[in-house]
Write a protein that binds this ligand. Structure first.
Ligand code: FA5
Length: 357
């Protein structure tokens, strides 16, 4: 091979190196190319052994040609190798951020907001949108606010409807949130829109739907020209929004000395879908929203003129509403420090009825 043919061969070898390098997928492939082209038996490396085939006066020039080519090939391989090392290191450090073996494992959260609190917050948001403010009142009440101002004098048989925990100081644990109706009227006057969530206490025999400590939300709207259609519209909005599904309502007459007329609004039992179970006492209905038009004597007790204003009031059974919403079939688990109802608020949409069978 004369010098011209050698130069052409070297050119072809270098073109082959360039093509192989651009195909090289990783650092190992580069290393294999280095051996293949520059090693003793490699395509370029083996040309060195052939220097001695040339006449002595040409050997220096042939050697220079081959060595210069070796230098260029070496540099090209090193350049590509550095590039591939960078890509490899970046991939390694990216996967290292995805998985940090020093981080603690993810653990299941323990429980959540209590179902009664969750429904209370929801009811508050709904009424705030309707222009109601949220008030509270004392759990230890006077006989005046809990009964007398609500048109339930001492000898009234209606007192028997709410068995009372009397305290040694002559006061009582409120049996209902209704005393805050009077307190709110005294404080704000008319017109007035207020709701009062709170705990109530009754000396009850316990069963699946009766507790001695439970929650109600009192509602009171006093203004000019308030009538029963306002009340029914409010009840439908409230119960539909809280349950996030259509509920059947049953409206029937009810008796409470502080309203006239009095109305009971029941919803179809969500535990048995109205078929009858222990929670609804086989009736298929749950009493959740007793209500009515505020009795004129109660408006007067609150300092409001009944000739100028009318109003409606209701006493939502919040604990029972939470049971219906979360499929809790026995009220007693709610005050029992049982964690299962706390999981219910996290998994809304999958009522826990099965867990309570
Ligand atoms: C009252 O307490 C009236 N203050 C409600 C009211 C307010 C009527 C304003 C008219 C105007 P009642 O005793 O029915 O009413 O109780 C109201 C709701 O509280 C019931 O429908 C029920 O859902 C709930 N409730 C009553 N007693 C218990 C109990 N022992 N355990 C759980 N929930 C109860």
């Amino acid at each position: 091979m004369d010098i011209e043919q050698l130069t052409q061969t070297i050119g072809e070898i270098e073109a082959g190196v360039a093509a192989a390098l651009s195909d090289a997928a990783d650092v190992d492939a580069c290393r294999r190319l280095e051996t293949g082209f520059l090693g003793k038996d490699g395509t370029l490396g083996s040309l060195i052994a052939r220097i001695r085939e040339y006449p002595s006066q040409q050997r220096g020039e042939v050697g220079k040609l081959i060595n210069a080519a070796k230098g260029r090939v070496k540099a090209a391989i090193a350049g590509r190798q550095a590039e591939l090392e960078k890509i490899r290191d970046a991939a390694e450090s990216a996967s290292a951020t995805d998985f940090d073996p020093t981080l603690p494992g993810a653990c299941e959260p323990m429980g959540s907001v209590h179902p009664v609190t969750a429904v209370q917050w929801e009811v508050e948001r709904i009424f705030e949108r309707l222009g109601f403010s949220v008030e509270c009142g004392p759990e230890m009440e006077t006989e005046h606010y809990n009964f007398e101002a609500l048109n339930v004098p001492a000898s009234h048989p209606a007192r028997d409807m709410q068995d009372t925990f009397w305290l040694t100081n002559g006061m009582l644990l409120r049996t209902q949130t209704s005393p805050v109706q009077i307190r709110a009227m005294e404080k704000f006057g008319a017109p007035l829109r207020v709701i009062v969530p709170g705990r109530c206490f009754r000396y009850e025999t316990l069963d699946a739907s009766h507790e001695n400590t439970f929650h109600q939300v009192e509602g009171l709207m006093v203004d000019r020209d308030i009538s029963i259609p306002n009340l029914v519209a409010m009840a439908k909005t409230l119960l539909g929004e809280v349950m996030h599904r259509e509920v059947k309502l049953r409206i029937r007459p009810g008796f409470f000395p502080f309203v006239e007329p009095g109305i009971e609004i029941d919803m179809n039992c969500q535990i048995c879908d109205g078929a009858g179970c222990a929670t609804c006492k086989k009736s298929g209905w749950i009493e959740v929203l007793p209500c009515g038009m505020v009795h004129p004597k109660v408006l007067i007790a609150g300092g409001i003129d009944p000739d100028e204003y009318t109003g409606f009031a209701f006493g939502l059974g919040l604990t029972r509403l939470a049971m219906m919403k979360y499929g809790i079939r026995d009220i007693r688990v709610l005050n029992a420090g049982d964690l299962r109802p706390l999981v219910a608020t996290r998994r809304f949409g999958q009522p826990l009825i099965a867990s309570y069978r």
